[in-house]
Design a protein around this ligand. Structure first.
Ligand code: THU
Length: 133
């Protein structure tokens, strides 16, 4: 399903796993790492950043997307997200991803067993997204 090469895929997985180590998650104790690939082969990383005022928490996927957008990139070819257990992106992150991509391959990594990567698509996770243009 992915348009990216095996080498790029591995680079994205490694970046998400590494970003997870930067998570600021003192409340949930659930570190999450994410990485997005831009159309021209750049990788932007993100981690979850929690706050004492819980609602201000930013998820890893959105941190990665916002970092890419802030650097001038809005076209993505894949996203990887790493958690202990291999969880898929929350609804808010799905909607943010859908802002920039009609569809997007998403690599769901179980950080407890690096080999376990499940590939899904954004349209599978968020059919009939809300989008106006
Ligand atoms: N979290 C993410 O970073 N991404 C998601 O898609 C779901 C949840 C974070 C938010 C919070 O810091 C922790 O995981 C527990 O919910």
């Amino acid at each position: 399903m992915t348009d990216i090469t095996d080498e790029q895929r591995q680079r994205l997985i490694d970046a998400a796993l590494k970003a997870r180590q930067q998570a600021y998650a003192p409340y949930s104790k659930f570190p999450v790492g994410a990485a997005v690939f831009t159309e021209d082969g750049q990788v932007f990383c993100g981690c979850n950043v929690e706050n004492a005022s819980f609602g201000l928490t930013n998820c890893a996927e959105r941190t990665a997307v916002f970092a890419a957008v802030a650097a001038g990139y809005q076209q993505f070819t894949a996203l990887a997200v790493a958690t202990a257990g291999g969880y898929s992106p929350c609804g808010a992150c799905r909607q943010v991803l859908a802002e920039f991509s009609d569809d997007l391959p998403i690599l769901i990594i179980d950080a407890r067993s690096e080999g376990r990567v499940e590939e899904v698509s954004l349209t599978e996770l968020l059919p009939r997204r809300f989008y106006r243009n």
